[in-house]
Design a protein around this ligand. Structure first.
Ligand code: ADP
Length: 281
């Protein structure tokens, strides 16, 4: 079962260069390792980053330094920090767009370098996306990963991602225009739309749709909401407004984690967070 997904969403492009290039190079490199690969027993419940460091090829100094984070199933975690703090680099280490150069990333105790790439990406529900939103409509954006998603599936995905309220408020609803890069929706809305797109794309949700009566209302929504609450979501954000309600916010600065906590806690005791918050008021 892949019901317990780890979904990622990006407020901005998490990638430099083309994804397919990076994907392919990693897939090639990891082929030999995949032969001896470990098979995960079931749904992953914990991702752990221990003393993780990363230096880009050709670079002389590390972009990421001594990161220690445990992501447990169902947690919503937000990463904030100024541009260049290393947020995207950190997130990209989990689906192995790059491999750590120090420390390790483990899923339920297994080093991700010993898990097949397919299994890893399955477990992560990883949705590579270069730009977050494209010019078109809300519906076309939600169908980006899977063109044959039905209207019903699109609506359900939006609902689960908590995007349906602001979509319904728009006069053209799902046919509302989206400007290139999503410049006509807020950061938070963009994020919810990209989560909805990840959900709509995911075949696991197809399975659950066909197993249940599509017309079922509250019960279905509740079931889906529970499934999604099993998901670990990492939100990469530059704007404090996006992360206000996250259970745990990690603050990155110059490749390190310099604060952890809720918005209120960080305002009280993390200078970097306070500065970012102040600059956005
Ligand atoms: P953030 O997501 O917090 O804005 P990034 O992880 O994108 O930060 O970038 C962190 C640092 O790593 C920046 O100094 C950036 O220039 C550098 N960097 C990002 N991608 C690459 C790359 N492919 N090669 C070399 N340096 C990179």
């Amino acid at each position: 079962s892949r019901l317990r997904q780890f979904l990622y969403s990006w407020e901005k492009s998490a990638f430099r260069g083309t994804i397919s290039e990076k994907d392919n190079s990693i897939n090639e490199k990891s082929e030999t390792k995949d032969k001896a690969a470990h098979k995960l027993a079931g749904d992953a419940v914990e991702i752990r980053l221990e003393h993780v460091g990363f230096t880009y090829p050709g670079s002389t100094k590390p972009t990421i330094k001594d990161i220690n984070v445990t992501l447990r199933q169902g947690e919503r975690i937000a990463l904030v920090g100024l541009n260049g703090a290393g947020k995207s680099t950190l997130v990209n280490l989990i689906p192995r767009l790059y491999d750590v150069t120090e420390g390790s990333v483990t899923i339920d105790g297994h080093d991700i370098r010993n898990i097949t790439m397919n299994e890893l990406r399955d477990e992560l529900g990883f949705v590579p996306q270069k730009g977050v939103l494209f010019s078109g409509t809300i519906a076309s954006n939600l169908r980006y990963g899977r063109e044959d998603a039905t209207d019903e599936e699109i609506r359900e995905a939006a609902e689960i991602a908590q995007a349906s309220d602001f979509i319904e408020e728009k006069s053209a609803k799902y046919d509302s225009p989206i400007a290139q890069g999503g410049s006509n929706v807020s950061g938070g809305q963009k994020q919810r739309l990209s989560i909805a797109r990840a959900i709509a794309k995911n075949p696991i949700f197809d399975d659950s749709f066909s197993a249940l009566d599509l017309k079922t209302d509250a019960a279905l929504r509740k079931a889906l909401a529970e499934k999604v609450s099993d998901s670990t979501v990492i939100i990469v954000a530059q704007r404090i407004s996006t992360v206000l309600h996250a259970e745990q916010i990690l603050v990155m600065d110059e490749g390190r984690i310099v604060g952890r906590g809720t918005h209120e806690e960080l305002l009280a005791n993390c200078e970097v967070y306070r500065q970012i918050a102040k600059s956005q008021m």
